[in-house]
Write a protein that binds this ligand. Structure first.
Ligand code: S3P
Length: 182
């Protein structure tokens, strides 16, 4: 007979949801994980761009960040009700409590961490991240400081500095399987 705890865990472990600051490798790790499990890989930013018919920089420029956050909330609410998906989320999605709750209800939440140096080296010339335009070192430092506790709600966190994508994915798999078996 399925116990209550087991039933809750089964529901909770439907998806793997990757959170973390911009440039921590959520998409690369997410694709690797999805391939291993034969699950769908979904990037919440790509979903927002698809539903809005515009790029993220266009949405920020034409409608503003608050509108983008509304789109993000709606997309995450929908995605987290699905199954067998690896979902890569935008770095700021964790700022809204409703999103954090939807993620925790929708699956196993993993925070990918990286140092300021690693992130800056990855995003320095990126034109697709509106919040990092200007001086990337200043922008990354300021946003990371402001968000330093925002990812703590995740079930599991991993420092990805110096790790290969396949090794990060393997570590996440191990934790996810342990979590699902509890
Ligand atoms: C954002 C992160 C971006 C994207 C948007 C805002 C943020 O996603 O959602 O530019 O507030 O950190 P990535 O984390 O995939 O870069």
């Amino acid at each position: 007979m399925t116990t209550c705890k087991k039933a809750v865990t089964e529901v909770a472990a439907r998806n793997i949801i990757l959170v973390g600051f911009m440039g921590t490798g959520k998409s690369a790790v997410g694709k690797e994980l999805a391939e291993t499990y034969g699950w769908n890989f979904i990037d919440s930013d790509t979903e927002i761009e698809r539903t809005e018919g515009r790029t993220i920089p266009e949405i920020f420029a034409e409608k503003g960040e608050a509108y983008f956050r509304l789109c993000e909330e709606m997309v995450l609410r929908k995605l987290t009700t699905g199954n067998r998906q690896v979902i890569s989320t935008g770095g700021g999605s964790v700022l809204l409590e409703a999103n954090r709750e939807a993620m925790l209800e929708g699956g196993f939440v993993v925070e990918l961490q990286a140092s300021v140096e690693t992130i800056v080296s990855r995003v320095a010339r990126d034109r697709n991240r509106p919040l990092l335009q200007g001086d990337p070192v200043e922008r990354v430092n300021t946003l990371m400081e402001a968000r330093k506790n925002a990812y703590r709600f995740a079930h599991y966190a991993i420092d990805t500095d110096l790790m290969r994508v396949v090794d990060i994915a393997a570590a996440v798999r191990k934790e996810y399987e342990r979590f699902s078996a509890e």
